[in-house]
Ligand binder design. Structure first.
Ligand code: G6P
Length: 610
């Protein structure tokens, strides 16, 4: 994980690096540091803690430099401490790194034998020592870097500076994200675009095994291993800088929850024709003929995106009658999946950089499947390595707990299912138009669901001190029960479990007593009666039932202590509407427990390690 940034230009780099690091803090936040040139020497300041701790650490020093590097860390090798924080140094070589060096132990042992002295427990430090030792052997900065990286196995995005060649940054990428921002007379490197969105929207996305040499004059990119120059496209980013700010909200998570009507509107705009009753397949880079031939689909993802995959199975199988398997990416990659010829693997990933998902994607292609990536980040590794991509347009998601990215993933899966159903002729044009009409009303209905906020705060006040929480759902809303529980546990540290309600009698019912709150998802659908019985079972054992129900549903009244009513929508879109109150509940419980909502302990937004 970790976030890296680099600046070279005319302005003072220090505040730019700090501001950029704050935008990257979602990638890791246990220690941080910067490096900068001062009087032709490189200064390094680091500390354990967050960027605000680093800010206090350097306050009063009045540091000034026109070139610098920064890093925010999520510890993998060695605890969060000043020594293990980046930047790392060996001689005049100073660098920041995101990724994992798999053969660091062997390299470290060899270097130690040659007399190198290490000051940290990190894998990163070996890269510094390797580059330093090749420069001592007479190679220039760039050649020493190329030579050093020949020996390094693993994933890396690295920014490097060298005391001997001041006012130059080298940036190298392999399997960890790295983008270059092109300003006017100033240049940036970063793990993610929001880090420099205030200064430029012109971006070069570095590919694997490319090295960029950046000076005040410009950027030149070449292949890492044979120095061949590479001509790169400039991508224009459409996000505005304010999209990466809190805009008056107390937390990014709350802002992102409230952005959902806009995010869903952006995700559906231009993606289907009501008149022709068809999805715009170009937006998925798919062809109707390929869809017609499709006999099997695998949905693969991690975390919240895996919950979207579970909902996707219900949508695809019920609308298009094509069998689906859903896998957690870290399981899929090692389970030797049987993928029949012509299968489609849909990987779902907000960041497009989750290591396990990328590995599953690679494995799928190796096994002959086509891959569709449902992804939020333009130019991310998953998007670039897939056969086809559907971009969700939720805008940058900064809060570690995924909200708007999740509901736009569900929106993408809804459109895909309709497209497949059309190709397979399992839905009529009339039925497709009805599904589109409901989709068009979705942003407004999400807006309405958000109005349950005050009622949710009251419920949160009742329950924020509890130790355990149970979430029950059935059918297409069973994954939403999992999602509600995951959100609560990750940001409030309350132990929570999501369960298919029908399974309660096989175990979790043993946990029900007067202290156990149980949230039941009870939309008006063909299995409403079943979930009502499950609520009765909880109530008769003293459990406190919180029901999330469709408006005007009077049947829940006698079975629940608390009721949150949501606007009516069709069966396939209830998971979107019903996830809104669950995200809000987790948020308010976490705030009342004084937890760091946007940066929960031990978690990170983009998990680029296995
Ligand atoms: C991390 C994040 C989750 C996210 C998961 C998958 O665990 O904290 O919010 O759902 O990674 O991320 P992806 O970017 O692949 O959707």
């Amino acid at each position: 994980m970790c976030g890296i940034i680099g600046y070279i230009g005319k302005q003072n780099a220090i505040p730019i690096l700090i501001k950029g690091l704050k935008r990257l803090e979602y990638r890791g936040y246990d220690s941080a540091g910067i490096a900068f040139f001062m009087n032709n020497k490189i200064g390094v300041r680091r500390c354990a803690g967050k960027i605000k701790d680093l800010e206090s650490h350097i306050r009063g020093e009045r540091l000034k430099s026109i070139t610098g590097l920064g890093h925010t860390r999520w510890a993998t090798h060695g605890k969060p401490s000043e020594e293990n924080a980046h930047p790392h140094r060996a001689g005049g070589i100073v660098l920041v790194h995101n990724g994992i060096i798999e053969n660091y132990f062997e390299l470290k042992e060899e270097l130690k034998k040659k007399g190198h002295v290490f000051t940290s427990e990190t894998d990163t430090e070996v890269i510094c020592h390797l580059i330093h030792s090749y420069s001592q052997n007479g190679l220039n900065f760039e050649d020493a870097t190329r030579e050093a990286l020949k020996h390094v196995e693993g994933a890396y995005a690295i920014g490097i500076i060298n005391e001997k060649e001041p006012q130059k940054i080298l940036a190298v990428k392999k399997d960890s994200p790295l983008v270059i921002g092109l300003g006017k007379g100033e240049f940036f490197i970063a793990s993610d675009i929001p880090a420099f969105l205030n200064y430029t929207k012109d971006v070069i996305i570095l590919d694997n095994d490319e090295i960029a040499s950046i000076t005040h004059k410009g950027v030149s990119i070449s292949k890492l291993h044979n120095s061949k120059p590479v001509k790169k496209e400039i991508t224009k980013i459409t996000w505005s800088p304010s999209m990466a700010e809190k805009s008056g909200y107390r937390h990014f998570m709350l802002k992102e929850i409230h952005e959902q009507p806009r995010a869903i509107s952006d995700t559906i705009r231009g993606r289907f024709s009501l008149e022709r009753a068809e999805v715009n397949l170009g937006e998925f880079s798919l062809k109707e003929n390929d869809l017609k031939k499709l006999d099997k689909i695998f949905l693969v993802a991690c975390g919240t995106s895996w919950h979207a995959a579970l909902v996707g199975k219900y949508m695809i199988e019920e609308m298009a009658r094509v069998p689906c398997e859903v896998d957690i990416a870290s399981e899929f990659r090692y389970r030797k999946p049987l993928i029949p010829k012509g299968s489609l693997v849909i990987v779902i990933t907000q960041s497009g950089e989750t290591a396990d998902t990328l590995a599953a994607q690679k494995e799928s292609r190796k096994l002959g499947a086509k891959v569709l990536s449902i992804c939020n980040v333009v130019g991310s590794t998953s998007a670039r390595e897939a056969d086809s991509v559907f971009y969700t347009h939720s805008g940058p998601e900064i809060g570690v707990a995924s909200t708007k990215a999740f509901t736009t993933q569900l929106t993408g899966l809804y459109l895909f299912s309709i497209a497949l159903a059309k190709a397979k002729k399992t839905l009529s044009s009339h039925e497709i138009r009805e599904l589109f009409n409901e989709l068009l009303q979705l942003p407004e209905k999400v807006e309405k669901s958000l109005q349950s906020n005050n009622a949710i705060i009251k419920i949160a006040k009742q329950f924020f001190r509890v130790r355990d929480f149970l979430y029950l759902g059935r059918g297409i809303n069973y994954p939403i029960a999992l999602e509600g529980a995951l959100k609560l546990k990750e940001i409030s540290y309350i132990h929570a479990e999501g369960y298919p309600a029908g399974e309660m009698k096989h175990g979790p019912i043993a946990l029900i007593d007067n202290n156990m709150p149980v949230l039941a998802l009870a939309p008006d659908d063909n299995i409403l009666e079943k979930i009502l019985s499950n609520m009765e079972e909880v109530k008769s054992r003293g459990g406190k039932v919180i029901a999330v129900a469709t408006e005007d549903n009077t049947k829940v009244l006698s079975r629940a202590s608390y009721i949150l009513t949501m606007p009516k929508t069709n069966y396939y879109l209830t998971p979107i509407i019903f996830s809104i109150p669950l995200h809000l509940l987790a948020y308010h419980m976490a705030v009342l427990r004084k937890c760091n909502v946007d940066q929960p302990r031990n978690l990170a937004k983009s998990v680029t390690v296995e």
